[in-house]
Design a protein around this ligand. Structure first.
Ligand SMILES: [Zn+2]
Length: 443
């Protein structure tokens, strides 16, 4: 039989004293402004270690790209040219580099307003270097860059961008690049190597003669002898290059497990090599190559990757560390969730088509909310030196805004936030997480 609570019980006073620790009233405006200024200053003044670029020191000569013609001929801008000009790709590719840059400048900067992220970036670079950001032609900018000493110019550009070290992408299957490594050039103190090996995973038929050509016994069939041969080939490159990590770009179709040469190469060659040398592997997943081949480098697109494959890799290879960046915006939340499950997975960067302020803001916000400061928010992917100026300026602004919102919320919830805590977090995201991940000295 059910009893109604007696009158005396219902009337008993509640004797628990609630400590009001959560206050949802707004913070005073001056306190919010102080916080925002502190975060802005710390994000601006913390040097970045740029963990993925396509930049080279001057010793790599024609591979080391800088200056106005390279900036304007960037493949992001080439893609935009064809939307605003009637020129056909074949006619464009027949032009010389200067004529191409002149056409892009006239089309995207004179006849149109440079509103897109990639065009606005060039404007920001010219302004940062004290040049006219809106000239009728490129004469002044060409004279400026032609008069620069390469080494001093790198120092200046890295100082403006506040980038302390640059991580390269060193393709061991590119004969042009290999020629420089074969000269045993002294390493540049601010440029670090990364062993890039896409053809091993994506096109073994193409990679094979380049492995065999360096004296290793390999065949098309991935038999035990060939596995051993490729591993020796990689060992030799690691010895020479001293890479911070190994890397490959992967199509959205990457699946694991799968009965394929790609997966065997990954699990039998690359991951064991990484473990033997204590190297992390970077997988950049989601490029659909050449959806419009006429556009060449500007003709790549993207697709949705399979996150359950990434999770299975992290689960089956717990002694490997995976740096992962995904090209599809729709994959980003899944990547955060996967990283919560696997400490050997490090999400990094807002890559290529994601490197736009609106999307950097969105991705960084979901990463902070799901992962705290335990991720690497951005890399520049710069191909032309001066791009680090605008790519980092734009990213810093977006990252700072996300941090401000989260610190403001944390203070509102009662946490006694200090500037040192903000410094520690930003350092972790801009340097510390990566240094620790790849075993660099943690300062
Ligand atoms: Zn890249």
């Amino acid at each position: 039989m059910q009893h109604e609570p007696s009158r005396s019980v219902r009337a008993r006073p509640i004797d628990i004293k609630f400590q009001e620790t959560v206050r949802y009233s707004e913070m005073p405006q001056n306190q919010i402004e102080n916080l925002r200024q502190t975060v802005t200053d710390i994000v601006a003044s913390t040097p970045v270690l740029d963990i993925h670029t396509h930049l080279y020191p001057p010793s790599f000569r024609e591979l080391s790209l800088w200056g106005i013609d390279e900036l304007v001929n960037y493949h992001y801008l080439v893609a935009e040219l064809f939307r605003s000009s009637s020129i056909k790709p074949l006619a464009f590719w027949a032009l010389g580099k200067r004529e191409q840059a002149d056409l892009i400048w006239r089309t995207l900067f004179v006849e149109n307003t440079p509103l897109s992220e990639a065009t606005r970036g060039v404007v920001g670079v010219l302004t940062s270097l004290g040049l006219n950001p809106a000239p009728a032609d490129l004469t002044e900018a060409r004279e400026f860059f032609a008069s620069q000493d390469a080494e001093q110019h790198i120092e200046r550009v890295m100082a403006i961008a506040n980038v302390s070290e640059i991580v390269m992408t060193n393709d061991i299957f590119d004969p042009g690049e290999v020629a420089y490594w074969d000269r045993n050039l002294p390493p540049h103190p601010k440029f670090h190597a990364v062993l890039r090996m896409d053809p091993l995973l994506n096109d073994w038929e193409k990679a094979l003669p380049l492995v065999a050509g360096r004296g290793f016994d390999v065949s098309l069939d991935l038999d035990a002898k060939t596995v051993a041969g490729i591993r020796k080939f990689l060992d030799a490159w690691i010895e020479r290059m001293k890479p911070l990590y190994m890397a490959a770009s992967q199509p959205p179709e990457l699946r694991y497990p799968e009965d394929s040469l790609r997966v065997r190469m990954l699990s039998e060659v690359i991951l064991p090599t990484c473990r033997a040398h204590n190297l992390s592997v970077s997988l950049m997943i989601g490029v659909h190559k050449r959806v419009n081949p006429a556009l060449r480098d500007a003709g790549d697109s993207l697709g949705h990757a399979d996150l359950s494959s990434v999770e299975r890799l992290c689960r089956d290879f717990p002694d490997n560390r995976f740096l992962v960046s995904l090209l599809s915006r729709e994959n980003q939340h899944e990547l955060c969730v996967a990283a919560r499950k696997f400490a050997n997975l490090m999400p990094f960067g807002c890559w290529w088509f994601l490197n736009n302020p609106s999307i950097v803001s969105e991705i960084t916000m979901e990463r902070v909310e799901l992962l705290g400061s335990s991720f690497i928010p951005q890399h520049s992917d710069a191909r032309i030196l001066e791009q680090i100026i605008y790519k980092w300026a734009h990213s810093r602004r977006a990252i700072a805004a996300v941090l401000m919102d989260n610190y403001e919320a944390l203070q509102r919830d009662g946490w006694p936030l200090t500037a040192d805590q903000i410094r520690r977090d930003v350092w972790r995201m801009f340097q510390g997480n990566f240094r620790k991940w790849v075993g660099m000295e943690v300062r």
